[in-house]
Design a protein around this ligand. Sequence first.
Ligand SMILES: N[C@@H](CCC(=O)N[C@@H](CS)C(=O)NCC(=O)O)C(=O)O
Length: 263
Amino acid sequence: MARRWRRLAALAAAVAMLSSAVLGKVPLASTAPLAGARGLGVHIYDHCPYCTRVELVLGWHGWQPNRLVYGYADVAGPTALIGKKMLPVLTWHDSEGQEQKMCESKDIIEAVESTAESTTGRLIQRRTGRKDLKAWQTRLRRVMHGLTRPRLLQMPIKDFAREEDRKYQMDKYTARGFSYERALADTEKLAPKVNTLLVEFEELLRSDKALNAFGHSWDDLYVLPSLRVLTCVKDLVWPAKVRAYVEQNHADAGVACYFEHAC
Ligand SMILES: N[C@@H](CCC(=O)N[C@@H](CS)C(=O)NCC(=O)O)C(=O)O
């Protein structure tokens, strides 16, 4: 019986290794996937929250990857990387000069964190599951997109530089019932709601740079990209502490916010 279980376990491990290799990911057993990595490239959409969380962690760890931004309607570019139109993707050459690619923001962040473990140490603790934070995020999600979707199209980012890129985003959300006209007409209704949420957010911050007193965690990685996207909305009033939290964390990572282009 025990031998049978051992055989099954060995088979499961082999399947895990194989699927990892097929997907171009580093097997989880690797403790420092980016050790000796050269020519790091981070392939992103500037406005994408999954991409921002990856850029934050790379930046906080001092990595300065080549930043490759794609037009939102560019299907061929991302597909050439991983076989589907989805970003972020991290690319690099390993210590043997082999090209490596990794998708899924969580996997990329874990690769960065586990590689740093032996040198600078991990920076990101697990998500806490704070109920106050979860409730706040749920309320924000309900009202933020009406403000951000139309305005992101006006930001000077490669994502939406071409007419076809803007059309791609509009078609995507219009097909789900989102109305750009109605959203813009609702600005005066939506902005005060988000302003209230920003005031409430100040109370959730338990240190200047992080949501929790112990430092950065996945709580911050879920929230900071949403707050960054909100920086494209001119009508919002940012409490000083909240603005400092957003600006400082992005500045530390070398990631620009949209404050100066807000409309
Ligand atoms: N689970 C993925 C999600 C990535 C994702 O959804 N990326 C979006 C951009 S925000 C994407 O590439 N969408 C392609 C499209 O909408 O055409 C991750 O965490 O990396």
